[in-house]
Design a binder for this molecule. Structure first.
Ligand code: ATP
Length: 343
């Protein structure tokens, strides 16, 4: 990562992008360090892709500035920027072999053929596709096609790789394997990755830092721990994982709102609640949803507010709670698990 005083690999300064009446980016500023894995997370339409396209050079800001390695790149077309893009739909040429697809940027740069082939083979090896050069994209699986797209973006050794939902088209198992591989690849290459996703697990699991986008703005920028354990706003708390938002008045605290993760909540029968330390809210146990390893319980608190608790499937407390569906229950949690929300 960039040390103190080092020039950021990528920097946006007050970038705004308007499409008619739509404000896709509303004064975005951030800096990404060299060698950093930077995640851009947010719901559909929040501005992530527009932001990435600004860095790649496929779009230009209405106002503001984009810098790559400290140089303003407003006047540079995509192919002259030291930042290449991997698209979700791969954008491979179907009539060209895998090796020619990978070597395409070198062909444009007029690198001699022998050298192109050697570099393509080397890069295919890096993405674990050695020996696949002669195939056509149609003869590959989805995951393999994604690796070809990755190899093509990497072949002329950019300092920054921009990835727009690169794993979006893959099934869950393959997606998890590719997440690990991408992270390893980024570490071994030591280059900057800027990664767009709407999948919070993917963003938190892979990134050194995450920018959470909402309506063209960055709601919070921080490490995965910052974002998850110290959400800055109700939007971040509920978009990244799920959260109970609790009004201070409900628990006799100051008039402020708090986020409480459902996995920090215990569920106990009213008869034994006084034996359990912590803040208590009583209500009715409405529903239990099987999530695989966990069960998510929905409650209606006595005041009517919806509330959630997540317990490990098969634990004693979880089994007991399932036995109390439709009955009174007490939710218990520690004060320290209440995270104050700024907005
Ligand atoms: P997704 O996850 O669905 O790709 P996103 O967070 O990447 O969403 P953007 O694609 O950046 O969001 O879009 C941000 C906003 O800008 C949206 O309201 C979108 O409709 C609008 N927008 C993007 N490109 C254009 C365009 N070329 N013309 C008009 N509006 C656009």
């Amino acid at each position: 990562m960039t040390g103190e005083g080092a020039v950021p690999a990528v920097e946006l300064r007050s970038v705004t992008r308007r499409f008619g009446a739509v404000i896709a980016l509303d004064g975005i500023s951030f800096a990404v360090g060299g060698g950093e894995f930077f995640g851009m997370l947010g719901p559909s339409g929040s501005g992530k892709t527009t932001c990435l396209r600004m860095i790649a050079g496929f779009d230009v800001p209405s106002t503001g500035e984009v810098l790559i390695a400290g140089r303003s790149v407003g006047d540079l077309p995509p192919y002259e920027r030291d930042a290449h893009t991997v698209f979700q739909d791969y954008a491979l040429f179907p009539h060209m072999s895998v090796a020619d697809n990978v070597a395409f940027p070198l062909m444009i740069a007029k690198v001699p053929q022998a050298q192109r082939h050697a570099r393509a083979e080397e890069t295919l090896e890096r993405v674990k596709l050695a020996g696949f050069g002669k195939r056509k994209p149609s003869e590959l699986s989805g995951g393999q096609r994604q690796r070809v797209a990755l190899a093509r973006a990497l072949i002329d050794q950019p300092s920054v790789l921009l990835l727009d939902e690169p794993l979006g088209a893959l099934d869950l198992k393959l997606r998890e394997d590719m997440q690990r591989e991408l992270k390893e690849l980024q570490r071994s290459l030591g280059i900057t990755f800027i990664f767009v996703t709407h999948d919070q697990g993917e963003a938190l699991g892979m990134s050194d830092r995450v920018a959470v986008f909402n309506q063209g703005r960055i709601e919070q920028l921080g490490t995965p721990d910052d974002i998850y354990d110290r959400p800055a706003s109700e939007f971040v708390a509920t978009f990244v994982g799920s959260a109970n938002v609790i009004d201070g008045a409900l628990i006799g605290a100051a008039p402020q709102r708090f986020a409480l993760r459902p996995e920090r909540v215990r569920l106990v029968a009213p008869g034994v609640a006084q034996l359990v330390p912590g803040i208590k809210l009583s209500g009715m146990l409405r529903d239990a949803q099987h999530l695989g390893a966990d069960t998510r319980f929905s409650l209606a608190l006595d005041g009517g507010q919806a509330f959630h608790a997540t317990l490990r499937h098969g634990d004693e407390e979880e089994i007991a709670a399932r036995g109390r569906l439709g009955q009174a229950i007490v939710a218990v949690f520690d004060r320290g698990d209440l995270k104050p929300l700024a907005s």
